[in-house]
Ligand binder design. Sequence first.
Ligand code: ASP
Length: 292
Amino acid sequence: MSHLIRTDDFSTAEIEALLEDAERFSQGGFHRILQDRIIITLFFENSTRTKSSFEIAAKRLGAEIVHLDVARSSTKKGETLVDTAMNLDAMGPHAIIVRHQNAGVPQILSEHTRASIINAGDGAHAHPTQALLDLFTIRRHFGGDVKGKRIAIVGDIKNSRVANSNIELLRRFGMEVILVAPPQFMPQTRLETTYNIRDIIDNVDIIMSLRTQTERHSAQTYASLKDYASDFCITQELVGDRDLIILHPGPVHRNIDIDDALLADPRCKVLEQVANGVSVRMAVLKKLIHDV
Ligand code: ASP
């Protein structure tokens, strides 16, 4: 049984095929290849986009989807997470989509289930479908060839599973990644880094802005988000008329991560990312449940 825990679970050739499927699915419509298949979602952390995106993807493929209401589940009665997953697995689902605040949970569950485990985000570790949809969005914008394109990832990189997954995936596809963050949000890395976005703005094709992951901070790291914004908000004034695109995985802190003017600018691909997320997740479900 194959699982998707991290982007490197899929080879480059597998990802090429997956993105081709996603391209086909992006034309719209239903492709009911997963009729009589059951998918369970198990979300221990909040989600707007990822959960509904997986649900729409599953429905457009004709699968049945069951959401476990974690707040009312037996994990609240002291059952271990592995036992919960094994009990759900005994009901015979084809996939279980898991989000958890602790890194490593989807990997552990995958060692105890027959169903495919799909990681929908685990702590600060990985968010593979987000990175796949980001790659898809970037490739579409640049007409397929992304080798040598330079992307600045800006913000709370140290605590971001989106950054981790994107760094692995985008570099594998030949892109150069530059990390832009204040010292407290900068991970240990061999990649190019800077504390000042103005140092590199003339030399990037893409800016990926990230939300400050306040829920993962043990202490307040900035006097206020406004102080952070004065150094790291991607503004109309900063970007000017440069030929670049702006991505953000959402949820966006408006005027902290990206300003209102730029969010309304056609170079900002946030809603395209959301739309592409459905097509890419359809392709992931097809690969793990149908093509096996
Ligand atoms: N939605 C993304 C995630 O779940 C990014 C974020 O929450 O900032 O990781």
